[in-house]
Design a protein around this ligand. Sequence first.
Ligand code: NAD
Length: 315
Amino acid sequence: MKVLITGGAGFIGLHLVEKLIKEQKDVVIVDNLTSGIKKRIPKSAAFYEADIEDSTIENIFAIEKPDYVVHLAAQVSVQVSMKNPLADCLANIAGTINLLQNCVKYNVKKFIFASSAAVYGEPAYLPIDENHPQQPISFYSLSKLTSEQYIKLYAKHFGLNHSILRFANVYGPGQNTHGEAGVISIFLNSIFQENAPIIYGGEQTRDFVFVKDVADGIYSALHYGKNHTYNLSTNTETKINQLLASMLKMVNSNLTPLIKPQRDGDIRQSRLDNTKAISELHWMPRYSLDRGMQETIDSYQQELIEARSKKNGDD
Ligand SMILES: NC(=O)c1ccc[n+]([C@@H]2O[C@H](COP(=O)([O-])OP(=O)(O)OC[C@H]3O[C@@H](n4cnc5c(N)ncnc54)[C@H](O)[C@@H]3O)[C@@H](O)[C@H]2O)c1
């Protein structure tokens, strides 16, 4: 089985690549390295440095003839989407259409799309199930929802098999601070630099799902679930101020958070119903927030040690 992963050099992508290689699948990565990290790509994966919106993507499909496509590449920043909606649209909508065209032309068996809880907007009820009204409040979430609709029309007109996965707030080792939901990595950066972490509000809740659980969910979607949309989440709400308090405790830090007013447009509560993914994808999130955070902290500390010893070696 050959799987082509767009955005495979990114945070979620690299965890999925690791999982697929462990399961002895052939892996092809397409990534333009805007935030992806080339040196983390395993040697056994084929790698193409390319933009998903570029016409050269067709050459990659012609050479590799993938069985499955997992589409993770995206312009992932809400702020960038608000400043430059056209760039967001080209990467997220036009890029997706370019892939869909090639999937149909090269008879890809299934297309799996990384969508987001952001498509729901401010929740009308909790937990948010897949039928909850979709009311994007940023151009990023609009580009995700629009891509979902293109996928459904490709299914209707050209018979493209697919699963649309709406991720909750993903966290874990290797996350940078720029993406959609980097609050845990932002806090960790502040804590390890001995800067007071800044909280905007703090009473907001989020549904934090560990990246290895997300990689497992994507893997399950290769085998199960046809032409449906699934939340990948934990169905658990955590307040941001509680999250930070437990992080500070876990790393024995005495830093006092700096509390600022909640930002405009910040969703107050989020918890995503995952029963559909559990029953139809035969998937289950295995990590509690404490266990996932501990693994994230350990990996962060390990990276700091390695960076320091490299710096000392260079000096
Ligand atoms: N991290 C989260 O909490 C979260 C939540 C919901 C949805 N998602 C979605 O999951 C996917 C993966 O997110 P992530 O957190 O791993 O982000 P990431 O930024 O770490 O990974 C995205 C990857 O895509 C690549 N890329 C960006 N634009 C590209 C383009 N035009 N052509 C080719 N490659 C391109 C980047 O270099 C990067 O390697 C994204 O589609 C994102 O919208 C993430």
